[in-house]
Design a protein around this ligand. Structure first.
Ligand code: ADP
Length: 424
């Protein structure tokens, strides 16, 4: 349409120009044959001059019109472009964002908000999704109080995801007719709250674990100072118990220090080539002291090509020791613990497993086994001198080795702990 109008204008200009040229040619011809007197010539010149003026005026008007349509086009592209860039940018933000109108209806939601609240939330009342009076009050205060920010409100959904929601005012820009709206920006804090909770639990558990032997020590000291002051046999017995309680505290502190050391090195990838066979033999020698007391034997099978792995030698030693000592502690008396190292199917890894013929662990405990201070049987673990940190240490060391502890157990039959190591 635009183009048609443009070409019609150009044609009109051409036809006027042709008329002028024809008139000039005729005038020149009549002049040459002396058929035109000076008055007639002047008259024709005036007509030609007025035509030329009209022509110039038309040309100017057309140029102005063209410029106006061009600038309108530019303006349109600019606004449309900016709007779509804004929407795309908000969609690319990985945190949920809602734009809410004065009637509390959602006028825009980015992709993350759709993932959190649902894909068909546009035009619905925000209260249907954020049923929290504090959030509604904050939105109201944006429209009624004219505030720029209405503060931060904590929001937790049914799936236990928590967010700090910031409600702020979004003002419409002068030229267009976008009204003032409220923006809800969701900042996810789920993992931060979980870490915080874990820290609080850890401090509480560690203090509790240390307090038990400490209270026992204080009790015995008071007994030795009072009722057992002159009772030599009782003193000897109590001092024995005090020593084992003190040793328990030392073990606990050693394990806590180990854990924090492992956590500090968790991003350093191990690069040492270790001999798995020699390491297992050395660990079995240490663990057999505990095993002998309960008539437990170790059997060891190492595949020929499954001897060299890439690992941190001290940490791998600790993993093997914790698992073999656990097997010696918890397996049935007079049974055998099988330690094996085999090549994986891809031949890239060495699979190490420790299988015992013990009481086994029921399903509900398996998922929590590597939590700090988690024990299946509290009394038994304490009697065996356990700190409840052995498997947590194993898990964190294996994480650093890009591996995981796999536990398979059948109640009444036994448990198998296994993990893989990168082959050297
Ligand atoms: P602990 O110091 O109590 O042994 P661990 O973290 O090493 O702590 O183990 C956690 C719990 O897992 C133990 O208390 C025990 O109940 C259970 N457990 C570990 N190894 C075995 C096993 N081989 N057989 C049966 N239960 C086990």
């Amino acid at each position: 349409m635009e183009k048609m109008r443009e070409s019609a204008g150009i044609q009109a200009l051409l036809s006027e120009r042709t008329i002028i040229i024809v008139l000039l040619a005729l005038l020149a011809f009549f002049w040459s044959v002396d058929l035109v007197d000076s008055v007639a010539a002047l008259f024709v010149f005036v007509i030609i001059a007025s035509l030329l003026l009209r022509l110039e005026f038309k040309k100017h008007r057309m140029a102005l019109k063209l410029r106006a349509t061009e600038s309108k086009k530019l303006e349109f592209n600019k606004h449309g472009g900016i709007k779509s860039v804004r929407a795309n940018t908000l969609n690319a933000v990985p945190l949920p964002i809602l734009i809410i109108g004065e009637d509390h209806r959602i006028s825009f939601s980015n992709q993350a908000a759709n993932d959190l609240l649902g894909s068909d939330i546009i035009n619905n009342d925000v209260y249907l999704y954020l049923r929290k009076s504090k959030i509604m009050k904050a939105i109201k205060s944006i429209f009624e109080g004219g505030k720029k920010h209405a503060g931060v409100v904590r929001y937790t959904n049914k799936q236990k995801r928590s967010f700090d929601v910031t409600i702020s005012r979004v003002s419409g820009t002068g030229g267009d007719d976008v009204p003032t709206q409220a923006m809800a920006f969701f900042y996810e804090i789920t993992s931060m709250l979980q870490t915080e909770q874990m820290r609080v639990d850890f401090v509480a558990n560690a203090s509790h674990e240390l307090r038990t032997p400490l209270s026992s020590l204080i009790g015995f000291i008071e007994t030795l100072q009072g009722p057992a002051k002159d009772d030599a046999p009782a003193q000897e017995r109590f001092l024995g118990i005090m020593q084992s309680e003190a040793e328990r505290m030392v073990r606990l502190i050693d394990d806590l220090l180990s854990l924090s050391k492992i956590e500090m090195s968790r991003h350093e990838v191990p690069e040492t080539i270790v001999n798995v066979e020699t390491m297992i033999q050395s660990v079995l020698l240490t663990a057999s002291k505990v095993a002998k007391e309960r008539n437990i034997e170790f059997s060891c099978e190492i595949e020929k090509k499954a001897t060299k792995a890439i690992a941190d030698p001290d940490q791998l030693m600790q993993v093997l020791l914790n698992l073999c000592i656990n097997a010696a502690k918890y397996a049935d008396r007079e049974s055998t613990v099988h330690v094996e190292a085999r090549l994986s199917k891809t031949r890239k890894f060495i699979n190490v497993s420790i299988r015992d013929e013990g009481p086994g662990i029921s399903k509900e405990h398996l998922a929590r086994l590597t939590e700090r201070f988690y024990r299946v049987d509290n009394a038994r673990s304490r009697k065996m001198g356990g700190t409840g940190l052995g498997l947590a240490i194993v898990k964190h060391i294996l994480l650093r080795h890009d591996s995981m502890l796999d536990v398979k157990s059948a109640v009444g039959k036994g448990t198998t702990f296994s993990f893989k190591l990168r082959r050297a």
